[in-house]
Write a protein that binds this ligand. Sequence first.
Ligand SMILES: Nc1nc2c(ncn2[C@@H]2O[C@H](COP(=O)(O)OP(=O)(O)O)[C@@H](O)[C@H]2O)c(=O)[nH]1
Ligand SMILES: [Mg+2]
Length: 276
Amino acid sequence: MEKINWFPGHMKKALDMMRSEVSKVDVLIYVLDGRAPLACLNPEFVKIINEKPILFVLNKIDMSDEEKLSEVEKSLLGENRKVIRLNSTASGAQKKVLEKLKQLCLPLLERFKKKGVSGFIRAMVIGVPNCGKSTLVNNLCGAYKAQTGNKPGVTKTKQWVKLPGNFELLDTPGTLWPNLSDQKAGMFLAFIGSIKDEVVAVEELSLMLIERLVSDYPKFFEERFGKASGTGLEILEFIAASRKFLLKGNEIDYTRAARAVLDDFRKGRIGKITLI
Ligand SMILES: Nc1nc2c(ncn2[C@@H]2O[C@H](COP(=O)(O)OP(=O)(O)O)[C@@H](O)[C@H]2O)c(=O)[nH]1
Ligand SMILES: [Mg+2]
């Protein structure tokens, strides 16, 4: 596999910006896509936020393999760390998150109480692209965001939105750069659509996905595509032939077949999958 170029210069800039953003908040809500949770975790970034309480959200639970997530959950837990499994698109997500957030921030809340101040706890949602940050922010803010409103003529800047239970949430989530040092993580992020398809050729990416799925989820794969043995290329050819993805002169349309496999995976049509 060709080495993916993550533009280290950009990454450093993003990390520096994030460092300053993070210094303004008391607690972080770190969203991980449940289909590739560890790939969404950026160790460089975890180092920066080490001192802050973190609520890890294992998101897109409706598309993920819950059994595999148990291992992940154990590895994330620790002092000042909580984990929650979530479908951010579902109603009730807000209540669940706020409950967990309250548990995580109990020491902070008690400190406020002792001091006799009614301080707000500031939270911010972070994560790699496409993991569901905006969906979660919208779900968390819900009606509250509408209260603040967007007044015409006012420049749209980042705003703190009041949430129930003495919390304030930054209405703009922080986008994390992918983990530079880990090729496997990069590959998984490309599978789930967190990295643009232009970075890796779609055919190559689909071959890697096929090989991974055939090894981790052969039954699901066979059910969806009718074949889970042979090389990735043989399987891709089979899929193209069985779906009649042909070019002029009956040549196999690899690109179309590749897109179909990636699309099926990203839409959750192959099954509930978690890649570790
Ligand atoms: N099935 C499912 N889809 C989700 C969930 N959360 C987000 N999505 C979808 O994932 C895509 C990316 O979400 P978005 O909030 O834009 O991600 P962001 O780039 O991190 O802000 C959208 O199509 C969302 O509808 C979830 O819990 N379950
Ligand atoms: Mg977004």
